[in-house]
Design a protein around this ligand. Structure first.
Ligand SMILES: [Fe+2]
Length: 497
């Protein structure tokens, strides 16, 4: 080894110590002076050993974030470039992070794309996790504090549908390299600057499914498939400001179904422990993998968010023999039980049950109702579709912003699928036809929409069962302002132009 190479190795070693983390060596933090000396010596030996053994000198934290799970339990997550996990220091106590998913390349599985447009999902990174004890004030990984929730949640950011669409079957190639055409990074920076207490992502994170054609400038060189590189380009890199700003409530979208980016969903974002068979790795287990039970995240007052994983719902009513019907019925019963325990429930589910979609068929505009699969399963349990304790539905999937409030006993619906993915641009009328309804028996009272505009939505506590809703554009200007009172809402502008 020459002098130059030798110096390089030393510099890399310094970088390892300063920029990344100290390996966890399983020694208690408390103890006397001799204990400290022993620990320091052991760590130094371990570092030297790691370097001389050729262990990853550049191991570093690629992403760090906090996922809120059942009951509001916070799970610290780290994506690390090496095979080991860093330690986490919680209120001064150092502890190990556990490996949630080791670095590996998963064998190619059937996907929603043709085999020649699919590939094995490579995750050359380790997902690490650690439960944050309730009441913890400060948690630090590799020198940076994680965003923890302190007290009541008063300020919530809602984003949805944030990836860059590369989909061969639709010949849809969004200009991922153009921040104006794919503005999730701008949305994330603006929304983080609003200083939320909590971030809700209503699903669809990973859209770079197929390769960008060589002749297509706007997405040239983009990673594709369902591995770490595509996830990183679509979510972790552009979304970094959001990940640093507040804990995350993450809803699964249909892009995270098992036949799409489900493997990454379970490895990195799902709130519950990762278990074999509930990981989308084997298509034989997809019925199980495509559903998770609902859970509630309390907001610290009398409110809560109930997270529903029903993204596998298609657009048609579920037939009696369809196994998803039993899953959705079970989800309804869970929702009913959870909502009965709280004063106000926001239900977060990817596909809107009570919103509208516009379709242009041969020049004729048609308004389509809310998701038929969910409606069919829920209506079998309850003709009014939702338990009485559910007040607000937060959804995405339709790539626009929309609000619907009802004169009937239905919860108000918000759609925030406008945070980065190529927009749905079929115009929606400012005033709905008199008989327009998203579900049988649902009488629309107030309706507002914004088609072909990127942005994010915020919810700010404004009193008992009252929340201020603001809809923001990419310049950080309020495009619309709505007020929620229980299960009703009304907006200043019926349509944003
Ligand atoms: Fe979707």
């Amino acid at each position: 080894m020459g002098a130059e190479a030798s110096r390089h190795k030393v510099e890399m070693g310094v970088r390892y110590i300063n920029v990344t983390w100290e390996p966890h060596i399983g020694l208690p933090d408390s103890g006397g002076c001799m204990g400290s000396i022993a620990r320091a010596a052991a760590k130094a030996l371990l570092l030297l050993g790691a370097l001389s053994a050729g262990l990853p000198a550049q191991a570093e934290v690629l992403a760090r974030y906090v996922v809120m799970g059942p009951g509001g339990a916070a799970s610290a997550r780290v994506i690390a470039s090496g095979a080991t996990c860093p330690t986490i220091v919680v209120d001064g106590r150092r502890r190990a992070m556990q490996v949630r998913a080791k670095a590996e390349t998963l064998a190619q599985r059937p996907t929603s794309s043709k085999p020649e447009l699919s590939k094995p999902s490579a995750f050359p990174v380790t997902t690490c996790e650690a439960a944050i004890p309730q009441g913890a004030v400060r948690a630090v990984v590799a020198g940076r504090a994680l965003p923890l929730r302190h007290g009541r949640v008063d300020r919530i950011v809602v984003v949805g549908d944030t990836g860059c669409r590369l989909k061969a079957s639709d010949s849809a190639y969004q200009r991922c390299n153009d921040p104006k055409a794919y503005p999730f990074a701008t949305v994330a920076a603006r929304a983080a600057a609003w200083k939320p207490d909590l971030i809700v992502h209503v699903g669809d994170y990973e859209y770079r499914e197929n390769p960008c054609p060589e002749a297509t400038d706007g997405c040239r060189g983009s990673p594709w498939g369902y591995g770490w590189d595509a996830w990183n380009a679509d979510f972790f890199t552009p979304g970094a400001p959001l990940l640093a700003a507040a804990p995350l409530v993450l809803v699964r979208g249909n892009h995270e179904n098992c036949a799409r980016a489900g493997q990454g969903w379970f490895r990195m974002l799902d709130a519950s422990p990762l278990t074999a068979g509930h990981d989308c790795n084997d298509a034989a287990n997809d019925l199980v993998g495509d559903y998770s039970a609902p859970y509630a995240v309390p907001l610290g007052g009398r409110e809560q968010i109930v997270v529903m994983d029903l993204a596998i719902a298609g657009n048609k009513p579920l037939k009696p023999g369809d196994p998803r019907r039993a899953q959705f019925r079970s989800a309804y019963e869970d929702l009913k039980a959870l909502s009965a325990k709280s004063g106000m429930t926001f239900m977060a589910t990817h596909k809107p049950t009570l919103g509208f979609t516009a379709e242009d068929v041969g020049g004729k505009l048609t308004l389509l109702p809310g998701n038929q699969a969910m409606q069919s399963a829920f209506a079998a349990a309850d003709p009014s579709l939702f338990p009485p304790g559910v007040d607000v539905l937060l959804s995405g999937h339709v790539h626009l912003w929309q609000q619907v409030s009802f004169a009937s006993a239905h919860p108000t619906q918000f759609i925030a699928g406008f945070s980065g993915t190529q927009e749905d641009v079929v115009p929606i009328p400012e005033t709905l036809p008199a008989d327009a309804t998203p579900a049988p028996g649902a009488l629309v009272d107030h309706f507002s929409s914004w088609v072909d505009g990127f942005g994010y939505m915020t919810l700010e506590r404004a009193g008992r069962d009252r929340w201020d809703v603001k809809v923001w554009n990419l310049e950080g200007v309020v495009a619309n302002h709505c007020r929620i009172a229980g299960r009703r809402s009304v907006c200043d502008r019926p349509q944003v132009h």
